[in-house]
Design a protein around this ligand. Structure first.
Ligand code: PEP
Ligand code: MN
Length: 357
């Protein structure tokens, strides 16, 4: 069962519900989103049924949720939620571009990649300072000095950044500097990491495990919500199949399925799913068409010499087409591109980028 509080609910209103439930032997999990607080009730439902929770001040609704996931379920909150990342939105009204290098390699490479991202219309930067690699001999990321580089570039370009955290021990360090924490595909069911990330007080980007079902993925989000943090964005990044022509198989149907189950925003990663530069723009078109709330894209100024994932990175010359695809397809689905400060007119056109290009 969940209690949905009105936007106007005070801490006192929330405490009143929690006290009433705990007095009858139940347990409460309070999750705070940007606009709404949801209280998950665990315990004997028959006892809760006796409580006049509907009549408590600033209670909007009391809902029995039969699904295994409760706090992220759209039974609990039918309105799609918008997650704010240092003032930039990821939600149902907009399409948000997150872009940057796969990995932070050097200050120059990071700056150039992030400038390219901004030029293409990104409103959130990406870049890995801690890299989860299949081989222990591969580049593992610059660690904290990579975070410093990201922070400096982010400050200079006036755009927030998301970066991956691979172990619970690093959560505090990463959360001190990053605007959003990413949990990668290989860690989707690292439950201790999910809990620590949830408690860090920053929005979370949760990638789908490459062999995870949609329900397992949404349950991983429930772990984060259970810590009290509802600022979660889901990311479909392709699943492992029998097909070797692509790195992973992008599951576009996951977007509407997730939207039918949860209120959380969902974005697509066309870079890690296809694993090929030539597939990135076609997959972005499919992502926007299917209703994704954003895309996260690898870009690199010199992919031939990239330490990680060069073959999938878009290059400088691709930026006009990236921007054009984003604005045109976003307009076609009746949304607006989450703005990077460059004015877009009502048709979604941006100055300087002809629609005929
Ligand atoms: C990444 O985004 O840098 C990354 C490692 O992605 P994934 O976890 O989806 O492989
Ligand atoms: Mn990568």
């Amino acid at each position: 069962m969940v209690v949905v509080m009105r936007t106007a609910a005070s801490d006192g209103d929330i405490d009143r519900v929690v006290d009433a439930v705990t007095n009858v032997g139940g347990e409460c999990f309070v999750s705070r989103g940007r606009h709404q607080t949801i209280i998950g009730l665990v315990g004997d439902l028959t006892q809760f049924a006796e409580l006049p929770l509907h009549a408590f001040p600033n209670v909007e609704d009391v809902i029995r949720v039969s699904r295994a996931f409760k706090l992220v379920s759209n039974d609990a909150q039918p309105r799609p939620s918008t997650v704010e990342v240092a003032g930039r939105a990821v939600g149902r009204d907009t399409v948000t571009l997150l872009a940057g290098p796969c990995a932070v390699e050097t200050p120059e490479q990071t700056r150039r990649a992030c400038e390219m991202a901004k030029e293409a219309g990104a409103s959130i930067l990406r870049g890995g300072a801690y890299k989860p690699r299949t081989s222990p001999y591969a580049f593992q990321g610059l660690g904290e000095s990579g975070l410093e580089i990201l922070q400096e570039v982010s400050r200079d370009l006036d755009l927030p950044f998301v970066t991956e955290v691979v172990t619970p021990a690093d959560v505090e360090t990463v959360a001190r500097r990053a605007d959003m924490l990413q949990v990668g595909t290989r860690n989707m069911q690292n439950f201790q990491l999910l809990k620590e990330v949830g408690l860090a007080g920053k929005p979370v980007l949760l990638k789908r495990g490459m062999t995870a079902t949609i329900e397992e993925w949404v349950m991983a989000a429930e772990y984060i919500a259970h810590t009290g943090n509802l600022d979660i964005v889901l990311c479909e990044r392709g699943v492992r199949t029998f097909e070797p022509m692509t790195r992973n198989t992008l599951d576009v149907s996951a977007v509407p399925v997730v939207q039918s189950l949860t209120h959380l925003p969902v974005i697509i990663d066309p870079s890690h799913s296809g694993g090929r530069r030539d597939l990135v723009l076609p997959l972005i078109r499919s992502a926007i068409a299917v209703g994704a709330d954003g895309v996260i894209v690898d870009v690199h100024p010199d992919p031939e010499h990239a330490l990680v994932d060069g073959p999938q990175a878009l290059v400088r010359e691709d930026m006009p087409a990236l921007r054009d695809t984003l604005t045109r397809f976003t307009a076609a689905v009746g949304r607006t591109v989450e703005s990077d400060g460059v004015a877009t007119d009502r048709a979604g056109r941006s100055p300087g980028w002809g629609l005929g290009a």
